[in-house]
Design a protein around this ligand. Structure first.
Ligand SMILES: [Zn+2]
Length: 62
């Protein structure tokens, strides 16, 4: 079982024996949803939020 530090609360969060980049982990300490962004050593960061709404206005059909 590997662990990585939560960027929010600093707690060591278990990421499983074979974490993969992009895996979503929930911190046991603060409940934050975190994404595995690096391996060896495992690093956690905030997941990228897909918010495409701001681009939609550029596509107007006449
Ligand atoms: Zn945390």
């Amino acid at each position: 079982m590997q662990k990585a530090e939560c960027p929010q609360c600093g707690k060591d969060v278990a990421v499983g024996s074979h974490p993969t980049i992009g895996k979503i982990i929930q911190c046991e300490g603060c409940g934050a949803e975190l994404e595995v962004v690096w391996l060896e050593p495992v690093e956690l960061d905030w997941p990228l939020i897909d918010d495409d709404d701001e681009d939609l206005d550029d596509f107007e059909d006449d």
